[in-house]
Design a protein around this ligand. Sequence first.
Ligand SMILES: Cc1cc2nc3c(=O)[nH]c(=O)nc-3n(C[C@H](O)[C@H](O)[C@H](O)COP(=O)(O)OP(=O)(O)OC[C@H]3O[C@@H](n4cnc5c(N)ncnc54)[C@H](O)[C@@H]3O)c2cc1C
Length: 392
Amino acid sequence: MSTATAAFDLPVEYRTLENAARAVAAEFAPEAIEIRRHVIEHGELHPKLWRRFCEQGWAGAMISADRGGSAIGLLGAALILEAFAARGIVLWMPVLSNAIAHAIDRVGPDSARERWLPRIAAGTAQLGIAVTEPASGHNLFGVETEIQYTGTHFVVTGVKRVTSGLDLVDRVLVFGRTVAEDGTSGYTTVLVDPGAAGVTVTEIPMRYREGVRQFQLELDHVVLPGDALVGSVGGGLLSLWPFTDVERVLTAAICSGSAAHCLDNAVARAKHRVIAGREPIGVHQAVAHPLAHLHARHAAVRLLLRRAALGFDRADSAQTAAADANAVKLLASELAFDAADHAMQVFGAEAWDEREGWLDLYLDARLSRSGPVSNEFALNYLAEHVLGLPAR
Ligand SMILES: Cc1cc2nc3c(=O)[nH]c(=O)nc-3n(C[C@H](O)[C@H](O)[C@H](O)COP(=O)(O)OP(=O)(O)OC[C@H]3O[C@@H](n4cnc5c(N)ncnc54)[C@H](O)[C@@H]3O)c2cc1C
């Protein structure tokens, strides 16, 4: 029996969607390791899986029907990515593309909506994001990348420390400080072609975290046309706010699914692994209790995940949505890490055989505590904006 509890709180259409995603994920589960390898070695999403994914309308989860999307919202996207992760298939690019598509939908302009949303919905375009810098880390307000606006075009100069999937994306959303001749200040977001003149992309050896390659992005006076803009000149923060909740909730969805995958497999092994002809290792409380505890934590995380996603879709309250997005990202990443850690323990030496995939799950789970937003930043948000504690 799966360790996953029934999602009693879901409206029927979401339960149907969840079942459909679980069925497709189960079909591809035997190829999970090959799917990950294909993306890394070929610089493209696994064609058979991606075609199937797009045929279901899942690539356009957060895009409205009039732009070719399925409009199943953040809850729909979360259920799908959770279902795949629960079968060992981590789909990171849809996290970024959904989050950026949602940002473009919110802040425009129409030219960006018309150009990118139908292609993302069809699965023929992928977008990445470049915020983190060597000096400022993930602190948005300290970015040094300059986005100069001349009145007709943009000139971008700066270094982005870690950017995921640059070999897979059509454009990367670059966040930088505005330099404008009319004196407009603030921040700006523009879509940069990783193959444009003045762009240097250098791979960082990170053992393909999240199942994709990782890169440093250097931009040296990269000239972009005016239609590269997302949002408005000086309004870059407004582009990022809609992005962050989506990215956090979908990261939590993948963490929840990965935790289920670790738990299901560890439970199965604890039942069947018999050492030297004695009883299965699961009879030992040292093995069983951590699994039972993880099961209880997973049930709680799944409920919060569904509440966070549904609350976001219903737009009940932006503040509650952000609070839930940060809380669930924090708890789901801790759960995923503890589940992967205990699965490693239960699998013993087998866990260290790189062909089995456990090390990848373990390192990905560890990463989720540091990114895409670190858990300290999630806690800062909760402390300051929910609890009202003083900030430095
Ligand atoms: C595999 C991988 C993929 C990534 N992909 C992308 C990507 O596609 N796009 C992108 O923009 N970034 C990406 N990142 C960057 C990632 O978001 C950052 O690594 C992460 O947010 C932490 O920032 P940092 O590495 O600069 O750490 P630092 O800013 O150097 O911080 C180090 C530690 O100090 C803590 N800290 C810093 N300030 C505070 C504070 N005020 N309060 C409490 N704690 C604090 C941080 O939480 C962190 O734990 C990726 C990173 C990795 C490892």
